[in-house]
Design a protein. Structure first.
Lengths: 312, 362, 267
């Protein structure tokens, strides 16, 4: 006689351990799609970066480090430095605006907050083309805000603010601000509000309480947010083009330019791989920071499971 | 419907959550699985429900092997600790969920939902969202939902733990009445011994994955089988004692625990340590000037603290340390008129009698 | 005083956020073919031109079609992945989860170039379907995140309750999981739709010279002759985007979708 032990196939409780056949079939779809259209394209790009360039045509399979060798060039270093400088200062500006704003946002009434979030999301998903174009209008001589100065009698001729470094930074700030807010939003809204209140009870002014109690508690989140916004603005392609002079063109502009107009796909791929390396290591840093600060926040708040932000 | 649980065990990895539980439950009976958290009571309930698989053992319902049936085939109604009311469904849709799966026509379902809501004394909320209900109302909806499918067995996992004290007691009585009216075989998991005493026909006291004692509420209270049961069910004083063959020695004095306890000892005559359990309300504190009854076992104690608890006086006593034993504190509940002269710091005497003392088997 | 400062700060942020929209709105109602602000005259002719001009018309319909298909594709990829991970945290599923999130976190030009080399190699360069698939894969992150949030909100005890009431695995999926998760999936698809609608670099690299989406068309008109119609289309776009998010905000729980733990219960 066999022992009356549960048959694993028959009880749903036991079936949770593994997946049924129909589930396995369903899971194959995302795996195939992501393998074919994400993993393989990245592999292709990696391969292309080692291919030989054919002047006038695209490329020809082979193995050469020529494209990578082109990194050792003052021009590339200058563009790289400019890219980092632009992305760095834009993200810093974004954060300076976004931290107090997000703090205020998390303490608003529900429907005010939803209204702001709708506005932020709308601007965040606004095409870079539209943002770049409207800021070029705003900063231009004929239609721009400079005309307000003329109207006020401060200047007699409207200044031309675009293209230029200031215009690029303004545009990137506009692009990155909603992103920064949405990256900070989960962290700040999960922060235990009693921390701030406790500090207030001990006699700290709201601003002091924020500086002494809230900021140290979100320091890691801030660094993480800075890196995220940095990677985000690093990816801007149209704004440097629309609002900047050629010397302010960032790496993505150069990559697209090489790929589409100079027909040098191997070099574009090599620069992409480089950019990938930089951003990936930064994102990994964020993941690492996130894990350690998450533990802290979860200590403070006993609610629910960790949810990842949908910040886009 | 009678349920037979035979040698059921459950291992989580190397850890044994439940070891060889055997339990027979008669039709229409209400059994409480009572124990501290982590004692395996919920695991046992979930195995009965089919939500967890057993590592060994068998469960049969009127001779019908349950191990071959998945939870959704067992037709057992279960009330969960979190209540698990479906947030996206109305009260009525929650209650008729199981009936819809059983393809009952819509009109009949509505009818049945109204009957069930009447039964749990919650009429007129059928169309409401679950989130609009109070804690007690949600409780009733959860009970109605589990009973809607006319379950063969009714299972409840800490069903009242979310309610505040007053409501909880009222619901306990209501639950018991409902169960008796329906005559449904029921298993309730709880860590609250008062709740178990209120609702159960029999209580299974569990700890460390085993059933320590199975009996009627008064049985487990009056005649606890072991030290764990004695201290878990109500408050008790545990005094170490020693069997020397068939003589019981308590703190140097001989004590006659009565015929039944001696008979028990006769089955395994040897010398070993044991415990006496005396409920605070049964501990006899002698008047200062009263003479000791001849032949009685008397222990001297010091009064440490006196507390008025309303109906009676709670006296905290201490048996002084002697050569073999350390000092031991005792609690006695004494009626007000008997002990006006008790003051903290006094020395007094307590009397052990066979009637009020239980010799624990382990 | 603090209140006033706070108001001023919020006002300044609102002005910063709104000013590009205001100028676009102003320019779009110019009577003449000039990018003048404040507008000279008032007319809605540029909005009409969007409707009548075949070029704008095809760009709009291209964009809408690509965005709808890409949103569906992204959701269809994300849903089983999120469900699988919710059921079981297997290493493979986690790796694919990372693949699903990666393209969105990295600078898009990298994904764009990867897809460009891929489509050149397999021969889909310039094709409509290439843009749909590229966007679909690029935007998997959004439904993946929202569906995961939706599944996390499903109480596992609810599933056990359904099980004791007689629901087998398929019935539990149909009656308990799907009704609670579908709103999140719709939000995710809507996010993906809006982002695809506005996406430039990937569409441009994969099929920029053959399939003209709206952002590409706007950029091209920027280069080859300004017209206020560009601003009109930008306004229409901004409006559609705000409408979609407004709907999500109205029907869904936006703060929770964006990562707050509690939202509606505190005021």
């Amino acid at each position: 006689m066999s022992a009356p032990v549960l048959n694993a196939q028959q009880t749903p409780a036991a079936a949770v351990e593994g997946f049924s056949r129909s589930e396995t079939v369903t899971l194959a779809w995302p795996m195939i799609m992501l393998s074919v259209f994400f993993v393989i394209p990245f592999g292709t790009m990696l391969a292309v970066s080692f291919f030989e360039r054919v002047p006038g045509g695209f490329f020809e399979p082979g193995f050469t480090l020529d494209s990578y060798a082109r990194f050792i060039d003052p021009f590339f270093f200058k563009s790289l430095g400019m890219t980092m400088m632009i992305a760095g200062s834009a993200s810093l500006l974004c954060l300076i605006l976004a931290v107090p704003f997000t703090w205020t946002l998390t303490r608003m009434r529900h429907h005010h907050r939803v209204l702001w979030l709708v506005a932020l999301l709308s601007i965040l998903s606004l095409s870079e083309v539209i943002i770049g174009f409207s800021w070029s209008l705003l900063l231009s001589r004929s239609t721009g805000i400079g005309n307000i100065l003329v109207w006020l009698g401060i200047e007699n001729r409207a200044p031309k603010l675009s293209p230029g470094l200031g215009a690029v930074l303004t545009g990137l700030c506009y692009l990155g601000f909603p992103y920064a807010v949405l990256v900070l939003f989960p962290q700040l809204s999960r922060l235990d509000p009693t921390l701030h209140e406790a500090a207030r009870m001990l006699g700290a002014s709201p601003r002091r309480a924020f500086m002494n109690v809230v900021l140290p508690n979100i320091a890691k989140a801030l660094v993480a947010a800075f890196i995220m916004v940095f990677v985000f603005t690093l990816g801007a392609y149209l704004i440097p083009q629309l609002l900047g002079k050629p010397q302010q063109w960032t790496l993505p502009v150069l990559i697209a330019d090489q790929a589409l107009f100079q027909s040098n796909l191997p070099f574009a791929a090599a620069m992409s791989i480089f950019l990938l390396g930089v951003s990936l290591s930064l994102v990994v840093c964020v993941g690492w920071l996130g894990r350690s600060s998450q533990a802290r926040i979860e200590d403070q708040s006993t609610t629910q499971s960790t949810t990842q932000s949908a910040a886009s | 419907m009678s349920l037979q649980i035979a040698g059921v065990g459950k291992d989580f990895g190397k850890q044994t959550a439940l070891s060889d539980v055997t339990l027979d439950i008669a039709g229409g009976e209400l059994i409480c699985l009572l124990g501290p958290s982590g004692c395996g009571k919920t695991t046992l309930l979930r195995i009965i429900a089919g939500l967890e698989s057993a590592s060994r053992g068998s469960i049969t319902l009127d001779g019908d092997d349950l191990m071959q049936q998945a939870a959704h085939q067992r037709n057992f109604g279960m009330v969960f600790q979190s209540l698990a009311l479906f947030p996206h469904l109305s009260v009525e849709d929650n209650i008729t969920y199981g009936l819809r799966l059983r393809k009952m026509p819509a009109a009949a379902r509505r009818q049945r939902a109204a009957e069930l809501l009447d039964m749990v004394r919650l009429p007129g909320v059928a169309k409401r969202a679950v989130s609009m209900l109070s804690g007690g109302q949600r409780q009733r909806v959860a009970i109605a939902r589990a009973l809607a499918i006319e379950p063969r067995i009714f299972l409840l996992d800490e069903p009242l733990s979310a309610l505040d004290a007053g409501l909880r007691e009222a619901m306990q009585i209501e639950l018991r009445e409902l169960q008796q009216r329906l005559g449904i075989t029921t298993i309730v998991v709880t860590h609250d011994q008062r709740e178990a005493m209120t609702v159960a026909d029999r209580i299974a006291v569990m700890n460390g994955g085993t059933i320590h004692q199975m009996g009627s509420p008064i049985d487990v209270y009056r005649r606890p089988a072991d030290k764990f049961v004695a201290s878990f069910i109500g408050q008790t004083n545990l005094i170490p004692a020693t069997w020397q063959d068939d003589r019981l020695i308590v703190r140097g004095s001989l004590f006659d625990p009565g015929q039944a306890a001696r008979d028990n000892q006769h089955t395994s005559p040897d010398s070993h340590e044991t415990w006496l359990s005396i409920r605070p309300e049964e501990l006899i504190v002698l008047d200062n000037n009263a003479a000791s009854p001849p032949g009685a076992t008397i222990l001297e104690a010091t009064v440490r603290f006196i507390r008025d608890v309303g109906a009676s006086i709670e006296a905290h006593l201490e048996l002084p340390a002697n050569d073999n034993q350390p000092a031991q504190s005792l609690v006695a509940l004494v009626s007000r008129d008997k002990v006006q002269h008790l003051h903290s710091g006094d020395t007094t005497r307590i009397q052990l009698t066979a009637d009020c003392t239980v010799v624990l088997e382990t | 005083m603090n209140r006033l400062l706070n108001r001023l700060f919020l006002g300044a942020i609102a002005l910063f956020m709104a000013s590009p929209i205001i100028i676009l709105l102003g320019v779009s109602v110019n009577a003449e073919k000039r990018l003048a602000f404040p507008p000279q005259g008032f007319s809605l002719r540029w909005y009409l031109e969007l409707w009548n001009d075949a070029g704008w018309h095809s760009a709009i319909s291209n964009s809408l079609l690509i965005a709808s298909l890409a949103a569906l594709l992204a959701t269809s990829i994300a849903a089983p992945l999120a469900y699988g991970l919710w059921r079981r945290r297997s290493v493979w599923l986690r790796i694919f989860h990372a693949f699903g999130v990666a393209p969105f976190v990295l600078p898009p030009v990298i994904t764009a170039l990867g897809l460009l080399s891929f489509w050149i190699a397999v021969g889909g360069y310039g094709a409509f379907y290439s843009v749909v698939i590229s966007h679909g894969v690029f935007l998997v992150t959004l439904p993946l995140v929202t569906i995961t949030l939706g599944l996390d909100a499903v109480n596992k005890e609810d599933l056990e309750a359904a099980e004791t009431l007689g629901a087998d695995a398929a019935a539990r999926l149909r009656t308990i999981i799907l009704p609670q998760v579908i709103p999140y999936a719709i939000s995710g698809a809507a996010f993906a739709f809006v982002l695809s609608l506005n996406e430039y670099i990937i569409a441009y690299m994969v099929a920029g010279f053959t399939v003209e989406t709206l952002p590409i068309k706007i950029f091209n008109s920027l280069r080859y002759g300004y017209t206020p119609a560009m601003t009109a289309v930008a306004i229409v776009f901004a409006f559609v985007t705000a409408l979609v998010f407004g709907l999500i905000g109205y029907f869904g729980d936006l703060p929770r979708l964006l990562g707050a733990w509690k939202s509606k219960d505190d005021s």
